[in-house]
Design a protein around this ligand. Sequence first.
Ligand code: UD1
Length: 424
Amino acid sequence: MDRIRIRGGRPLKGTIAISGAKNAALPLMTASLLADEPLVLEHLPALADITTLAHLLALLGVESTEIANGEAGRTLSFHARHIAETTAPYDLVRKMRASILVLGPLLARRGSARVSLPGGCAIGTRPVDLHLKAMQAFGAEVELAGGYVEARAPRGLRGAHIVFPKISVGATENALMAAVLARGESLIENAAREPEIADLGRCLAAMGARIEGIGTETLRVQGVDRLHGARHSVVADRIEAGSYAIAAAITGGDVELIGARLDLMGAVAEMLGEAGLAIDETPRGIRVRRAGGRVLGVDVMTEPFPGFPTDLQAQIMALMTTCEGASMVTESIFENRFMHVPELVRMGASINLHGASAMVRGVKTLKGAPVMATDLRASVSLVLAGLAAEGETVISRVYHLDRGYDGLEAKLSACGADIERLRD
Ligand code: UD1
């Protein structure tokens, strides 16, 4: 298994191009199931999760063709002329939970879907009950059998009024994709408002869907008989941008994030500002650098958008390990999302866990160490810590990083980081 070696202590300086968002690309790809004409997606990131989902879609009958592959990411066409198969098998779903996003589109287009239950994952149990209840509200019969969700709506879906008891990104996306082809009007309340969902809403609208309230917590949808093909560019990855902003901060560097959008950063920009960073919009993106000396300790709690994202919790914690003062980092979205803590402690961080909160006391410097990546965002937090640490850090199990960070080593080395992949 590949490892990454970092020799820390070099301030990052230069520019980093931000890729298209993984969490937008995945639902957009499954939206191609809704139409019998091609959906062309531009600015797709080159990531393992994208390949896994393309395999799953191919199995269902979606033809994907590469149209371009350049600096602005990849452009692929997804064409679901006939849906040959409506089963998403365990072997693919267990690799990536987001496979559950085929449920709504398959039900809406074909009236049936059989999707393996994702099962547990490293960051907690992550149930799918909200997805299933939403499909039932649209009139689908849902059963669980042999580890699979079996959903049927032989006479098609009908519009529904859904009030989510809890905010869920994936369940909102599944509900939205079901609603666009359901008969009549649907109202989805307490919807998640992440920019990736707004991106999906815009793409569906370009395919002929009638949606009001895109980007808000209330989505009103008038179902249509069919959707047509469209061309859509995937929104910039705000989590990747936030991760590299933190890389600039933790190394005391000065980086311009090309294509990053401040308006999509929500509480992240505010928090980083309070921690003593200067964050400025430039004609091409965002420039991040330390305004003064050491980074200041700030308290952070993860929340649904526009709150601070759970997908940046591990990274901000890495930054806080070297802050002036102390910081309380609270995780309110997922249980068991602190696997990076013992690894950061191995690098000299002072962190105490109390339930869902981590008390981080800033230390002057981190020290390089061999550490192990456990999930996608935990892995990148170790990269960030390694960039700031004295000496050498070797991170094992880096396949997690390849799921979410397109060209990580190349992007960081171009800004002066001493980082290299060791292939075994
Ligand atoms: C998405 C993101 C993931 C991010 C998360 C929270 C994608 C592909 N993934 O995941 O990177 O960390 O949003 O911003 O976009 N829940 C239930 N029942 C359900 C569904 C969710 O109880 O049926 C709970 C979850 O366990 C969690 C919370 O709701 O505690 C939020 O999860 P959700 O927003 O659904 O996350 P995902 O869509 O899986």
